[in-house]
Each structure stands twice: as structure tokens, then as C-alpha cells.
Design a protein around this ligand. Sequence first.
Ligand SMILES: Cc1cc2nc3c(=O)[nH]c(=O)nc-3n(C[C@H](O)[C@H](O)[C@H](O)COP(=O)(O)O)c2cc1C
Length: 398
Amino acid sequence: MRLRRCAHLLFEPREALQFDLESLAAGGDGLHTELSLLALAPHRQQEIPVSPGDVALLAAVPCTAWSDFDALAAVHGAAPLQDLLARGLLVGDDAVSADAVQDQRLREANWRTVSAVQHYLGRWNGVRSGDDLQRAGYVTLGELIAKLGEPPPAAQSRAAADARLALPPPRTTDFDELLQRRATCRNFDAAAALTQDELATMLHRVFGAQGTLNLEGGGATTVLKRNSPSGGGLHPTGAYLIVQRVSGLAAGLYHYRPVEHALEPMREMTIADTADLASRSVAAQAYFAAAPVLVALAVRFPRSFWKYRNHAKAYRVAALDVGHLSQTLYLSATDLGLGAFVTAAVNEVEIEQAFGLDPLVEGVLAVCGFGARAARRVADEFDPNGRIWREDGSRASG
Ligand SMILES: Cc1cc2nc3c(=O)[nH]c(=O)nc-3n(C[C@H](O)[C@H](O)[C@H](O)COP(=O)(O)O)c2cc1C
């Protein structure tokens, strides 16, 4: 058998502090320090405890060329090699293990190692984000400040106050009015359905192709023009819809085709099942799960990394692309009198499983949603100028 080290691997010495009554009773600081060493292996999509000896051995095994097992075993012993093979940090060429397949696919995907670690070890499954905050004991801004002290100031000063150059008052147009009505919606009307016209308009404005370019000699290569910028003009982000309430459209899962401006039905579901998936998608943030349509923004890494191969900025570009799309979504919704949200507190694993997405090909970076606002505000929104809500909680505008 031959073996080699997995392609992407980082090590983290981690320290966890635990409360220790014995240390306190003995006059100490009451803290017990737990040190551990972890292998961060994106093809395993989990952290794996290792020893310093494991690290030294892994460093001694090449990751590109295959090495003969017996030759390595003669130097390092067979047992430690078998142990690392069992944990997937070494892969063999004899039997096609799931770890070896994942490692091979990740090798071919042109990821930068630090980005692959960040992405694959940052994915959530079964997380309820509100619960974490409750456990930590802070949910509101006031509770945060009480627990953590003041945050750094809202803006930096780079000159003395009397050295500042006052600017003329900004021009205001209808666009400012639109911008000022944009606010993250946490009060959707849980009964209202979107019209198909609203859905179509939103999808076309945010994800639709406003134009296409087929380069001469470029084969089947199509370049999309969207209403948001995209690194390299590649637009690798796709829209996967959880439809809960759209008039005349069955509840379930859909994919949007940007050039044809059409929906591809992926799975019809009961209202209860879509509600459950919507909730799990946004890590149990109930105010977001109530939106009639949620859109998972999934980046197709092979399209981006086709150009940005092993590139230090590629993952950042993908995240920025998604952020731009979400702002276009907010403004499009605001213009239609609808509320909108974006969240990165998402259970990517559950979303990808629901849509049958291969996480090595497509990764969900955020979930957005949109729909009509409720008549009354229950959950907090950031609307300090009262553009959307009156003080008594009734609606002032869209
Ligand atoms: C990348 C990103 C992630 C966000 N995630 C959450 C979230 O998980 N939960 C939430 O309630 N709001 C989330 N928000 C909304 C912010 O809380 C909101 O933008 C901020 O409070 C300012 O309010 P505004 O959008 O109404 O101006 C997110 C916003 C962004 C840009």
C-alpha cells in the first residue's frame, strides 16, 4: 500500500479555561487550563485531536507524492501510521475510503488551505443561535454592554475636532428615501402570501441576468450581468428558495435560473415541513423563519476557483459577492414595500442536505428572506428615525 498526507491540514494548539473549585479553595485563581492540540482537516469537516508525535509524523509524510507504507513503517513504526490512516489524516491508495475520496475532491477544487479550513469547519448543523446568546446571558445591546463593557467607538477620530472640514449638506433624491426605509425586518406577516409578481420581480432584480455575454472563441462560456458586482465577473452565487407562502406556487424547494428567469422545482413539501426547514435554516431565529420566502445564497466554488486558483482572496471575494447580493435584495424589497433580512447564522449542513447540494461544489454562505411586514412590531428592529414603525408599534410605512 502507498499513502500520503491529506492535502489541506492545519494544527491549532487550543486552550480551554474551566472553573476549578479546588484551585479556588487552595487560594488559586479558580481556573483550570485544559490544553489540546487539534488537526483542522477540511476534508473530514471536523477537528481531530492529535498529539505532538502525530504532528511530527504527519510532517514527515509528503502530501503530493505517494510513499510506500512499508518503507515509512520501517522508520516510524506501522501502528502510528495505521492510527493516522484510521483518522483520515493520512490516506491510502489501496481501498477507496470516504476520506480518500473527499481528500481527492478537495485537491481538485483549488481551495487555499486556510480558506478551506475556515469554510468547512465553520459550517453549522443543528445550531440554535438564539439559545447560545441566552446561555451567554446577553441578548440585547444593554445586556451586552453590562456584561462586556462598552464596545469600541462607532467611528474613529483621525484629526482634532477643530481640524475637521465641514462638508456641504448631502443632496437628497428619491434614492435617499428608499435607502432610509431599508431596515432588517424581524416582523413578517406570518399569514400573508407573496404574489408571484412580487417573487418574480425580486428574483429578477437580485439574481436575474440583466444581460449576457458570450465571448468569441469562448465556447459555451456565458458571462452574466447582474444588478450587483461580482469578483472576476463570475457570479458564482446561486439562489435556492424555501417557498412557504406564494400565491399559486406549491410550498417547497426551488432553484432560480437567472438567464431564463424561471424556477426549477426541486421538492414539494408540506407547509409544516417548509416551516421546520425555514427555522432550521436560520438557526431557529423565529422572526426570520416567518418570511414567506427564504433564499439560501450558495456559492459554486468551482466557478470562482476556476479563475482564483489557490488564491488568498478567493473566499473573501465569495463572501463579498453574497453581501452585495443581499444589499440589492434589501433595496429591491424596500422598493416593493416589503421587508427583508440577511443572516449568516445558518445551518449550512441542513440547508445543503435539504437541497441535495454537494458541499464540495456549492456552499451556502448566507440566507436572505423577504415578504410583507406585520401590522404591528413585536420583535426589535433598528429604526431610530421611525421610518417604518411608529412609537406605539403600528406601521408607519412598508
Ligand atoms: C452579514 C450579516 C449577518 C446578519 N446576521 C443577523 C442575524 O443572524 N440575526 C439578526 O437578527 N440580524 C442579523 N443581521 C442584521 C443586522 O443585525 C442588522 O443589519 C443591524 O442590526 C443593523 O440594522 P439594519 O439592517 O436594520 O440597519 C445581519 C446582517 C448582516 C449584514
